[in-house]
Design a binder for this molecule. Structure first.
Ligand code: HEM
Length: 538
């Protein structure tokens, strides 16, 4: 008698129709999203298919995502899946490093991509966007994906690699980066070091980049003044045992960060234009929000970019519909249990943000562009691991704050100068699944038209708030309107204090018992460039 599998240790059901040798490769390769959607509709939240000899188990939905993202590294191994990156990032860097080194290297990237340096990055990004559109004129047409790819390589190389690469080595860097990108050739997935020209150029570019990085480290060591870019932070950081990163590792981490953030952000940025142009109602809402905050010339700063709720919901909805990474993968190193199923070691397991984001029970009318899903009232993403465009768990995107900052800063500048319309029909803009990082297909033309002078409405004018003095518990906030230049930024710093109503009238609210507003007022006072806000102890 053959042994029956236990009802709580079932193997995942398999997709029918696999061909000898190649399995389901043809159908999956043609359109991975359609194929994974079909798998879910036939087999549910867990199902198996085959790519050549490799058994792949797809988990979808919040519970499947959670099992995937929460599994420890020694159970679901990320490194195997990203082996193609080793010749580009370098041996011993991230996915090729032993687990304790990989963990430390990834941890070193955290402060580089959030916290203090973000203030510097926001200035750099604003400057780069202004530069990129300075010759646009009154109207014209542009391939918005190509524009965003160019812009985001400038913003991220400037913020992360610093001035030397952005200005002195700009042209050489562009060529090297191009050769490294081309090294992500399909053949390299199977034979990473095949001696073909495209992979030789990749290896030459890696060597040259490291020479440039080494020269800059030596030059910077002679200077007394320190640069405030990610490169410098990686020069200064230490492993737990006190040793510094080698130039080889610094080069690898810098390339890795650029790669992780470039096409993901560029594609998302392009889709934002396309979805807003497809949905004029939201375009108007976003314009209104930006105009209120910045007008035509209001300063775009890190502080003022922190809370832009309408636009933040637009980004989130764009990432729901068009997550650039539609397929995340790990190799099963130790059997993984999911509900009644067991996924055996040796298989690959994957999740698809794109499929999970279109489950109608979670996101009703899933094909509709509807940023209001994320309002406090609706919160359609309330179930943990239902919205996973940035991944989740211990390997959740560490560049998410930097990506959000870039997208907000880019659009704060772009939309106060220009309006956008589609050139093709709305349906002609579709995701291109031939790319590893999914982006809108090319060409991706849009028409832009210059906007007139826009008035910044979120300003405190003398008429609306004559010498406002208000009492917050035992403190007074005193805004000296002779000094106050009506900076919208102070209000963005403390929106709960400086409430502007429909008529532009500004009012100040009472504080909570734990002085939340007072703390915010202190931050606003610190920020105010004219020192118009004073907090006085009563
Ligand atoms: C819209 C833009 C972006 C999206 C949608 C995105 C998405 C993701 C996703 C889904 C992961 C998890 C991958 C996995 O679990 O296998 C990830 C990881 C990562 N991302 Fe992003 N990313 C974006 C932008 C960026 C940027 C701008 C940077 C850096 C400048 C960055 C750096 C990283 C890094 C370092 C990791 C690895 C984290 C770890 O394994 O600990 N990403 N990203």
């Amino acid at each position: 008698m053959t042994e029956q599998p236990s009802p709580t240790n079932k193997e995942p059901e398999k997709m029918p129709g696999g061909l000898p040798l190649i399995g389901h490769m043809l159908k999956f390769g043609k359109n991975p999203f359609d194929y994974m959607t079909l798998l879910r509709s036939k087999l549910g939240e867990i199902g198996e298919f085959r790519l050549f000899h490799q058994q792949m188990v797809l988990l979808t939905g919040p519970e499947g995502n959670e099992a995937f993202f929460r599994a420890p590294d020694d159970q679901l191994d990320q490194n195997e899946a990203y082996k193609v990156m080793t010749p580009i990032f370098g041996k011993g860097v991230v996915f090729d490093a032993p687990p304790h080194i990989k963990d430390q290297q990834l941890k070193m990237l955290m402060p580089v991509l959030r916290d203090k340096p973000m203030r510097t990055y926001s200035k750099v990004i604003v400057q780069e966007v202004e530069e990129a559109i300075k010759d646009w004129g009154d109207s014209g047409e542009v391939d918005i994906l190509e524009f965003m790819k160019q812009l985001t390589i400038y913003t991220s190389s400037h913020c992360l690699l610093g001035n030397e690469f952005r200005y002195e080595l700009n042209e050489e860097f562009a060529h090297l980066y191009h050769d490294l990108e081309n090294g992500m050739h399909p053949l390299a997935f199977i034979f990473p070091y095949l001696p073909i020209p495209i992979l030789r150029r990749r290896d030459k570019a890696r060597v040259r980049l490291q020479e440039l990085v080494t020269a800059i480290i030596e030059k910077r060591a002679q200077k007394t003044e320190k640069s405030d870019d990610a490169f410098q932070m990686l020069i200064d950081v230490r492993y737990d045992d006190g040793s510094p990163l080698s130039p080889h590792e610094i080069t690898g981490l810098l390339i890795g960060t650029l790669f992780a953030g470039h096409h993901t952000t560029a594609g998302t940025a392009a889709w934002i234009t396309l979805e807003l142009a497809r949905n004029p109602k939201y375009m108007d809402k976003v314009l209104q929000e930006f105009d209120t905050l910045y007008g035509h010339e209001g300063e775009v700063t890190f502080q003022s970019l922190r809370e832009i709720p309408v636009f933040e919901r637009v980004i989130k909805e764009v990432l729901r519909l068009h997550p650039p990474l539609i397929f995340l993968i790990r190799k099963v190193a130790k059997d993984l249990k999911f509900k009644d199923y067991i996924i055996k070691a040796g298989k690959y397991v994957c999740v698809s943000p794109r499929v999970s984001h279109r489950i109608p029970e979670i996101f009703p009318d899933p094909e509709k562009f509807d940023p209001e899903r994320f309002t406090k009232e609706r919160q359609e993403d309330a179930i943990p691991f239902s919205w996973v465009a940035f991944g989740g768990g211990r390997h959740k995107c560490s560049g998410n704050a930097f990506a959000m900052l870039q997208l907000k800063a880019i659009y704060a500048i772009l939309l106060r100068r220009y309006k956008f319309e589609l050139v093709g029909t709305p349906e002609s803009y579709q995701d291109d699944y031939k790319q590893m990082v999914v982006q809108p297909g090319s060409p991706c033309m849009v028409r832009y038209t210059k906007r007139g002078n826009i008035k910044q409405t979120a300003t405190a004018s003398k008429d609306t708030v004559a010498n406002t003095v208000t009492k917050l518990n035992c403190f007074k906030i005193d805004i000296d309107m002779d000094l106050c230049q009506g900076h919208a930024n102070c209000m963005a710093e403390a929106p709960e204090i400086f409430q502007v109503d429909d008529k532009g009238k500004l009012s100040i609210l009472q504080d909570t018992p734990n002085n939340t507003l007072l703390k915010k007022a202190q931050a606003a006072a610190e920020y105010c460039p004219t020192s118009a806000i004073k907090i006085i102890q009563d």
